[in-house]
Design a binder for this molecule. Structure first.
Ligand SMILES: NC(=O)c1ccc[n+]([C@@H]2O[C@H](COP(=O)([O-])OP(=O)(O)OC[C@H]3O[C@@H](n4cnc5c(N)ncnc54)[C@H](O)[C@@H]3O)[C@@H](O)[C@H]2O)c1
Length: 332
């Protein structure tokens, strides 16, 4: 029997990431090749015509799995009955704007979209926030949608995770699928900590630690970290636009692994509500290593943390605490 379609909301769907993401979802990249979907696309009034153009292209692409498209500027219509919400829409930082002004715009967007999701989404809707500041937008969404379980609200750090896998794969000239268990700790910002202390490479002689195979701690503790942290800026410099296809692909990876599960022995990075694991203050949305099973994530526990890691994990937590305070100051 054919499966019931999953309703997927993409906000900011007329934007760059949206344009890369919706065809991936319609092709089965997010939920698999036998799972029908209905796309709900939301954007704001100035982008309504462009949004309609995206809808026309989705029709023209004749995707077998795509069972319907809702394209709207009405947040209630967009959120109604959605099972998964990918929040890409937000207010970008423009030249000359203060951090507080950008935060304030996004706080008000995420506050109102939280209420719409809470009232109109399907029960147990899973939420992924992509728009920056991703961790703090997700935190605001959680605060203003108290009836959505906090475990259902996450933010995207999978792009950073995938970037770390990519850098190790290039360095060792191995295929990226042979590299696993890197970790992104903390904020999706330049304070994030890409950690390879537990990462391994699949070799004909079994799994080997990345540190051993790279054999260059200076590179791993220096250039590797800054390359991953600054990769977004490097893409903007090269493309004159921010990363879109890799962000869309990472959003699909995030939801797919969350819904369908992570492979045995493999973890991924997700921004989730901290429960105090690894002495990360509770009450922040912080990126941790997680495994997923039966639609639920759990933080990988008891990894040994060295002194350098501790410092970097604390620094990114500190930045998130400051962002949280700034976001709250915008509410009053
Ligand atoms: N977490 C990550 O890894 C990651 C990676 C890349 C980009 N991003 C962030 O993702 C966001 C989107 O990036 P993009 O390149 O697609 O930007 P974009 O400017 O091309 O698209 C954003 C879209 O959001 C829409 N929008 C604005 N306010 C909205 C609202 N209130 N409701 C619905 N839609 C709204 C805009 O009209 C626009 O179409 C940005 O915040 C960017 O910084 C995050």
């Amino acid at each position: 029997m054919a499966k019931e379609p999953i309703r997927v909301l993409v906000t900011g769907a007329a934007g760059q990431i949206g344009y890369a993401l919706v065809p991936m979802i319609a092709r089965g990249v997010m939920f698999g090749p036998d799972q029908p979907v209905v796309l709900h696309m939301l954007d704001i009034e100035p982008a309504a015509e462009a949004l309609n153009g995206v809808k026309m292209e989705l029709v023209d692409a004749a995707f077998p799995l795509l069972k319907g498209v809702v394209a709207t500027t009405d947040v209630v219509e967009a959120c109604t009955d959605v099972n998964v919400a990918v929040m890409v829409g937000g207010f970008p930082r423009k030249e000359g704007m203060e951090r507080k002004d950008v935060m304030s715009k996004n706080v008000s967007i995420y506050k109102s979209q939280a209420s719409a999701l809470e009232k109109h989404a399907a029960a147990n809707c899973k939420v992924l926030v992509v728009a920056n500041p991703a961790n703090t937008n997700a935190l605001i969404l959680k605060e203003f949608a108290p009836s959505i379980p906090k475990e259902n609200i996450t933010c995207l750090t999978r792009l950073d995770h995938n970037r770390a896998l990519g850098q190790i794969s290039e360095r060792l000239s191995v295929h990226v699928s042979e590299v696993k268990n890197v970790i992104i700790w903390g904020n999706h910002s330049s304070t994030q900590y890409p950690d390879v202390n537990h990462a391994t490479i699949k070799t004909p002689a079994g799994e080997k630690p990345v540190r051993e195979l790279v054999g260059n701690d200076e590179w791993l503790n220096g250039e590797f970290i800054t390359t991953v942290q600054q990769r977004g800026a490097a893409i903007i410099k090269a493309r004159k636009f921010s990363s879109a296809l890799s962000a869309a692909s990472a959003a699909c990876d995030h939801i797919r692994d969350w819904v369908l599960g992570t492979p045995e022995g493999t973890w991924v990075s997700m921004g989730v509500y901290s429960d105090g694991s690894y002495n990360v203050p509770a009450g922040l949305i912080y990126s941790f290593p997680v495994t997923c099973k039966n639609g639920e994530w759990s933080i990988v526990q008891d990894l040994p943390i060295d002194e350098l890691s501790r410092k970097k994990m604390d620094a990114t937590a500190q930045e998130l605490a400051e962002e949280k305070a700034l976001a709250y100051s915008c509410l009053s």
